[in-house]
Ligand binder design. Structure first.
Ligand code: ATP
Ligand code: MG
Length: 453
C-alpha cells in the first residue's frame, strides 16, 4: 500500500520506511546497482536497487524499463551533497529499495520521450504516450490552471456557470464553417459558439460563463485554427458599453497570470514562460486607427478592409509592445456590415460596432463587445443582415421580456496557451487536436492498424 507520493519525500523523513507507486521514468545501470527515477502525479524520486537489499525481488528489477508501473518499499536516505538535484522537491533524498513489485508492464518505447526534436505528426500519432513527457505534462497542467483561474475569477465576481448545448438549430448564426448533424428531424449543426445561449442566460442570472468545446469547419489548415476548440465564454448584464467587458477581461487575465505563477511556477519554467506585459489598462485603438497607422508606417493601404490579416495583427502586436509596453492590445469598432447580428452598433458612427478583438503577442485570442439588448433593435439588425427573425423566435423571447444592456466575450483556450508559452503551432497546445486529417481513430499507430486489418 502506498504511504507517500514521490512529491512528499523529503529530508524531514530520512530514515523512514515508505512505499511509493509510480511509473519508471528512467533507468540507469551501474554494474548490478540499478537507479530508477520513479514518477507519480506529485513528483519524481530516485530509487536505488541493490541485489542484497532486494533479495528475490531483484529479479523484477531486471525486467523493468521506461513506463513500467511499479510499487517499491524502502528507506528514505539523504543524498550526498554532490548528488542533490535542486530541481526536484524530492531532490535531496533517494529511496533504497527493500521490496519491489510490478503493477503494470510496458512494451519497449517506440520513441524517446525526452527527445525535443519529435515532429508534430509523430507527437500526435503517439499522444497517449507523448503526453506523459515532462514538458507536455507541464503544458496541460498550465492549461488546466488557465481554466481554473478563469472559473475562480468569475465565481469571485458572482458569475454563474452553465453548460451550453452543443447541438443547435442550423439557422443560428448562419452559413459558413458549420458541421451539419444528421439524425434529428430539423436541420441541426454543432455549435460554433454558445453565444445565443449566453445571452438568454443573462436574462436568468445576469452574469454567466461557460467553458466548453465549440466546432468550426475551417476552410484552411493553419497554425492557429482547429476544428474543435475550447471556448472560455462569459456574458454579463448592467454594462455601460464594451469598455466594461474589456476592463473585466483585463482583470481576468491578470488573475489568471497570478494564479499560474502561484500554482504552476515549475511547469512555466519548463516552457521559458515570460510574464506578459499587462498594463493597468490595456491600450485600445479603433480598427480604422490601426489601419491608418499601418498605412503610415508601411505604406500598405488596407484602410477599407473589414478586418486585420494575420500579418497586420502581428504588426500591431509589435507596435503595442514597442510603443505602448503591452503584450496585449484591444482593437475596437469593427464594421457593422461584417459583425454578427447581435453586435451593438456605435450610434455616433453607425457603420461601426462596439465590438473588440483582443490581440495577444500579435494574434487574436478574443472577440467580444456590447450586444443589442433592445428587442426592436435586434430584430432590425437581423433584417439588415437578411436573417429572418422568425427563425430566432426562441432566442428573441429573452429580449421580448426584458434584457438589460449587456456584453461578453469568447476567449480561445488553446490560442491563449500557445501564446503564453511561445508555441508556434496551436496543435501542440491542444490535448487531442482535430483537423481535416485527424481524429483519434485514424491516428492509431501503424502497428495497431495492421493488427486490426
Ligand atoms: P479568426 O479570425 O482568427 O479565424 P474568429 O474571429 O473567426 O477567429 P471568433 O469567432 O471571434 O473567431 O472566436 C473567438 C475566439 O475563439 C478567437 O479569438 C480565438 O481565440 C478562438 N478561435 C476561433 N476560431 C478558432 C479555431 N478554429 N481554432 C482555435 N481557436 C479559435
Ligand atoms: Mg474574432
Amino acid at each position: 500500500m502506498r504511504t507517500h507520493t514521490c512529491g512528499e519525500l523529503n529530508k524531514n523523513i530520512v530514515g523512514q520506511e515508505v512505499t511509493i507507486v509510480g511509473w519508471v521514468q528512467t533507468r540507469r545501470d551501474l554494474g548490478k546497482i540499478v537507479f530508477l527515477d520513479i514518477r507519480d502525479r506529485a513528483g519524481l524520486v530516485q530509487v536505488v536497487c541493490v541485489p542484497v537489499d532486494l533479495g528475490a525481488d531483484y529479479e523484477f528489477v531486471k525486467e523493468v524499463h521506461g513506463e513500467f508501473v511499479v510499487e517499491i518499499s524502502g528507506v528514505v536516505n539523504q543524498r550526498g551533497p554532490k548528488n542533490v538535484n535542486s530541481n526536484l522537491a524530492s531532490g535531496e533524498v533517494e529511496v533504497l529499495a527493500k521490496g519491489f513489485k510490478i503493477l503494470a508492464k510496458a512494451e519497449p518505447l517506440p520513441l524517446d520521450l525526452t527527445d525535443e526534436k519529435i515532429g508534430l505528426d509523430v507527437h500526435l500519432d503517439y499522444l497517449p504516450l507523448t503526453l506523459r513527457a515532462e514538458k507536455y505534462r507541464a503544458l496541460f497542467k498550465i492549461q488546466a490552471g488557465i481554466v481554473r483561474g478563469f472559473r475562480d475569477y468569475l465565481l469571485g465576481q458572482d458569475f454563474t456557470e452553465f453548460q451550453a448545448p452543443k447541438i443547435v438549430a442550423a439557422a443560428a448564426e448562419g452559413g459558413a464553417g458549420v458541421f451539419e448533424v444528421k439524425y434529428l428531424k430539423n436541420k441541426a449543426t454543432l455549435a460554433q459558439s454558445p453565444q445565443l445561449y449566453k445571452q438568454i442566460m443573462v436574462g436568468v442570472f445576469e452574469r454567466v460563463f461557460c467553458i466548453g468545446n465549440v466546432f468550426r469547419a475551417e476552410e484552411h489548415a493553419t497554425t492557429r485554427h482547429l476544428n474543435e476548440y475550447t471556448s472560455l465564454d462569459l456574458e454579463f448584464g448592467m454594462i455601460q458599453d464594451h469598455h466594461d467587458v474589456m476592463n473585466l477581461e483585463t482583470e481576468l487575465l491578470r488573475y489568471i497570470l497570478n494564479y499560474l505563477e502561484q500554482t504552476v511556477a515549475r511547469e512555466l519554467k519548463l516552457w521559458n514562460y515570460l510574464r506578459p506585459e499587462l498594463p493597468d489598462r490595456i491600450p485600445f485603438l479603433k480598427l480604422r486607427e490601426v489601419q491608418a497607422l499601418i498605412k503610415k508606417e508601411t505604406g500598405v493601404d488596407h484602410t477599407n478592409e473589414p478586418d486585420l490579416d494575420p500579418g497586420e495583427e502581428k504588426w500591431i502586436g509589435e507596435y503595442a509592445k514597442r510603443e505602448l509596453h503591452s503584450d496585449f492590445i484591444f482593437v475596437t469598432h469593427y464594421p457593422t456590415a461584417k459583425r454578427p447580428m447581435y453586435t451593438y452598433v456605435d450610434k455616433e458612427d453607425p457603420e461601426f460596432t462596439k465590438s473588440f478583438d483582443l490581440l495577444f503577442r500579435g494574434m487574436e485570442i478574443t472577440s467580444g463587445g456590447q450586444r443589442f439588448n433592445d428587442y426592436q433593435e435586434l430584430v432590425a439588425s437581423m433584417k439588415n443582415k437578411s436573417l429572418n427573425p422568425d427563425d430566432f423566435q426562441f432566442y428573441l423571447e429573452a429580449f421580448k421580456y426584458g434584457l438589460p444592456p449587456e456584453g461578453g466575450l469568447g476567449l480561445g483556450l488553446e490560442r491563449l496557451t500557445a501564446k503564453l508559452l511561445d508555441i508556434d503551432n496551436i496543435k501542440y497546445a491542444t490535448l487531442f487536436p482535430r483537423d481535416l486529417n485527424r481524429i483519434d481513430l485514424q491516428i492509431s499507430p501503424p502497428e495497431y492498424k495492421q493488427k486490426k486489418d
